[in-house]
Design a protein around this ligand. Sequence first.
Ligand SMILES: Cc1cc2nc3c(=O)[nH]c(=O)nc-3n(C[C@H](O)[C@H](O)[C@H](O)COP(=O)(O)OP(=O)(O)OC[C@H]3O[C@@H](n4cnc5c(N)ncnc54)[C@H](O)[C@@H]3O)c2cc1C
Ligand code: SF4
Ligand code: SF4
Ligand code: SF4
Length: 350
Amino acid sequence: MAQEKKIFGDLVKDVADRNLCVSCGTCVAVCPVNVIELEEGLPRLVGDCIECGLCYANCPRTNFSVDEMDEAIHGRTRKESEQLTGIYSAVYAARTRREDIREKAQDGGVVTSLLSQFIEDGGDAVIVAGLEEDKIWAPSPLIAKDKENVIESAGTKYTSSPTLVGVKKAVKEEKLGNIAVVGTACQMRGLSRLTQGKSRNKRFTDSVGLRVGLFCMETFNYGDFMDYLESNGVDLGKVTKFEIKSGRFYAYEGDEVAHRARLKKVKALVRPCCHRCDDFTSEFADVSVGNVGSPGGWSTVIVRTERGEKAIMSAAESGLIELAPIDDFDVGETLVHRLAKMKKDNALDK
Ligand SMILES: Cc1cc2nc3c(=O)[nH]c(=O)nc-3n(C[C@H](O)[C@H](O)[C@H](O)COP(=O)(O)OP(=O)(O)OC[C@H]3O[C@@H](n4cnc5c(N)ncnc54)[C@H](O)[C@@H]3O)c2cc1C
Ligand code: SF4
Ligand code: SF4
Ligand code: SF4
């Protein structure tokens, strides 16, 4: 018997109403009649639904099959040694050689370097997390077309950016044919469905030239995060950077620490959808980048696909980044593996 097609109402019931929506915007991007918008981070119908089922089929939170996506991207399923981290071809410690990128970047500046190189190599634009003009520290997708805009958007925002809404704008509205996208693991899952899944959309498949995934343990609820900072006397207008390292959360004003707290204290700010997420390393990106597993000022880089390898090598060959091998990754006992396991175990518990 044919399976009943699930449509927008089912998306609301199965994802949004169950606190599983990650606010990625994949449903917004894929809807062929453009009748989905995100309101307060949740999908809302703003026109007549033609009941095609594409929003449900492409959402990263509905029946996402790891094996199916591994097969679609790599032509094979993962080996035992790749269960926690996803399929990869090489792992490096890396950092930028450019001072202007280092100054703005969160860690090793590898992501900004890769994205700058993508534009240098002829890419039309990169979709990064910029900031809304009239809402302090609220991330918003930005279609960056030059290196200055890419560098300006460097640094980690610990609340969610609806990245796929930016992808939709770039591909459907601006008709850009070669873009790179940076995002968290959940956003990479939406993007991989949209470009390589069973119900993919050819326009997006053809236009997305590089997926750069970030390691991600959690994001905070925007309103709760802002309230928390204000109630702890942090002047939001003066904050230049947020950071989580070695079990603590930091807010900086330039070189000064404006606020510091044990991670336990800010755990209550974490969005409910993140408690059910089992992907730490952005397993479905072309290349994934995080800070754990490498010394301070360096990034850990997991190369997964041929285009990921090409992007890394292009940035290295042009002198933008330096690379050092991480030899013990295959053994499976690095901090990256430990945190990836913890995230998978915690998600199963919920
Ligand atoms: C919410 C979040 C949680 C993270 N948690 C961890 C963690 O637990 N462990 C770990 O090792 N690494 C984590 N990271 C990754 C880490 O913070 C750095 O992004 C990564 O090490 C790359 O550093 P970089 O200097 O190369 O990046 P940069 O050169 O500074 O570039 C970072 C890029 O990420 C984009 N970006 C920033 N915030 C967001 C966002 N919210 N959504 C989409 N894109 C965004 C920026 O626009 C920029 O292009 C997290 C990142 C995010 C966004
Ligand atoms: S038209 Fe298709 S993609 Fe758009 S809301 Fe309806 S079911 Fe979802
Ligand atoms: S596609 Fe993304 S924004 Fe849309 S319902 Fe699913 S998780 Fe939420
Ligand atoms: S923890 Fe998972 S669901 Fe939450 S922002 Fe990170 S990748 Fe997305």
